[in-house]
Write a new protein. Sequence first.
Length: 733
Amino acid sequence: MDIKGSFKIKLIFILFIVLLLPILIVGVISSNHNISYIRETVNNNNMRLAKRLKDSITITIESTQSIMKILSKRNIIQNMNSNEQVDDLLTGIVKEYPTINQIYIMRKDGMQIYKTSGELEDRSDRSYFQKAFEGELNYSKVIVSRSQEIPIVVLAVPIKEAGEVKGVIGASLDLLFLNQLISEIKSDVNGYGYIVDRKGKVIAHPNDKFVSNMKDLSNLKPVKKVINGKHGTLKYTFKGTKRLVSFQPINKTDWGVLVEVPYEEAFSKIKQEKLFIGIILIISILMAIGLAFRITKPIIKLSQDMESFTIGDKVNLENDNTHIQEVEKIKESYLNMAEEINSSYEQLKAYNQEVTAMNEELSKTIEKTKELNDQFNEMASLISNLVIATHNDREDFLSNLLNTAIKILPKADYGCVYTYEEGKVNFIDSIGHDLDTLQQLSIPEDSFYNADQDIEVINVKKAEKLDKEAMDEKNFIILSKALKPIREIINCDLTVNGEKKAGINVSIAKNSKQSFNKESIKLFKAFHNIASAFFKLEEYNKLQGQFTKELITSMIKILEVYDKYTSGHSENVAEVAADIAIEMNLAQSEINDAYWAGMVHDIGKLLVPLEILNKEGVLTDDEYDIIKNHPRWGYEALHKSESLGHIAEYVLYHHEKWDGSGYPEGLKHNEIPLISQILSVADAWDAMTSKRAYRDPLSEKKALQEIKENKETQFAPKVVDAFLRKRGDNHEG
């Protein structure tokens, strides 16, 4: 190890920092302050000159405009005659105002009837005159006069009498006055100003060639900004030279004025400061090296002696006198430390033996703890897999299933639910019937209803006949007393792997005129699916995943029966949402969330009255307000669910709009969850391409156009782009 070289380098570095750091800090602060001050000064100066140019041009344009408006209202002009009085008036105006090059009067057919100089011409093909004939004051673009070969702009003012346009009076403005204004300003040493028209072509510039050729500068960054109506200051490079330019648009025209100065000249003072700091840096380095050599020599000698020290050796430094008080104090401390080290060495050896013994015991304890921890993890894993529904869970589920079926099936009046246990029918709950009496019955499971199908509609006579044949007289009499008089019953058995697990039936009261139909069977099949899913998941211990799928699908089937215009809508929205999520390269978990949120996004519509949901006319404001509650109702139904709670928020916000005009909370932009943004596009697409109560479906072409037109207002831009890519449409709005 090169102690000598290493120590010198470190000391030089420290001295360098001590000597130079204050100077560098002051220099950097001063430089930054000067840069900011110079930039602000140049910026203010340029903007002041640009504003001065803009104001001068605006005054000239506005005064010319006022003169022409006054002339258009004079009787001798409105008479549309060319006579000596008109000539005296207009030639006098041209002489008095140098910026006005020429004045003409034209009939409505575009033919000139008067011109202060030159031959009369037909100007009907000029767009600026055509707009003036329509009653609108108008300017031409900047053009080069054919007769005088100078840049001009034409002002056309309609001549009206009693509100009717009779003709047009026009004036050619000589733009050479702009060069006069340009020559009157100066920005620093080599600064200058210039003016461009709406196409970025030069109409005033210190360089006459730029003006005569109307040089096109539209590719320059500041010119692009000013012809687009922007104002400000920026740095850019032109012909290899960095320049600082300020720019402002000119009122009443579509021109722009720019004032610029070379960047290097504006900041020349900063270069001088940098040179000064560089000289100080070199001097500081030389001073640091000299001081380091003087200080390091005795310290390096002492460090070499320290490095060669071995425990048990006697240290003797009496002959190494350095005459440096601080170094001598270090030597004395070193000698004391060496004695202490030697005296402590033996004691440490004894401690080491004791610590070694403790480490061996600690290692055994750690191994034992690891073994216990592994056993605990195995037990925890085993317990976590024992997710099997209890008997009470099953009864609560079946009772809830019955109550929900009665609510959803408007034709149903009564019902009961039961399980098959130990070869017998065990009644769990009933609505309308005498549950206590039913629970006293002893009915063999093989004889109860004996349905030929999973779901079956049975009239009362057939039900009584089946009951009488299947059970003894005593149980039949008890059953007849326990049941309310009915006219029709719909029944299903829940079978898993060929084994009957439970049954549910609902019935219509005897005095009712209602009857079960195909929709009733469809709804009841949904409940059959829910119950079957419950028992299958209970059977195979997969409640969380599979039951969720069965439950969502069944709820959607219920919604589709409830809302006749949304058949297949939820599945379509789910599939489109998943496709968009895939196109956006989202994680698989987010793709799954998009799918399931799409499946249940309209579940809240189950609480919307049927007459509103399926209304074929225009909804009233109150009816629409009720419809707008369905995202919140869906959220309330889902957010406490252990398996669906995490997608409840997506359902809540699927009607929010990108611009903040949606509902229920008026969120905008990325305040709206990404999955909700996706659902908004998928829902709108399927709604537009499906038949609704209030309209026929749109064509795919028309629906795609609607999606594009509402990008960045109703829909999130990146979601629309992903949807269009998925549809194979390369025109991403």
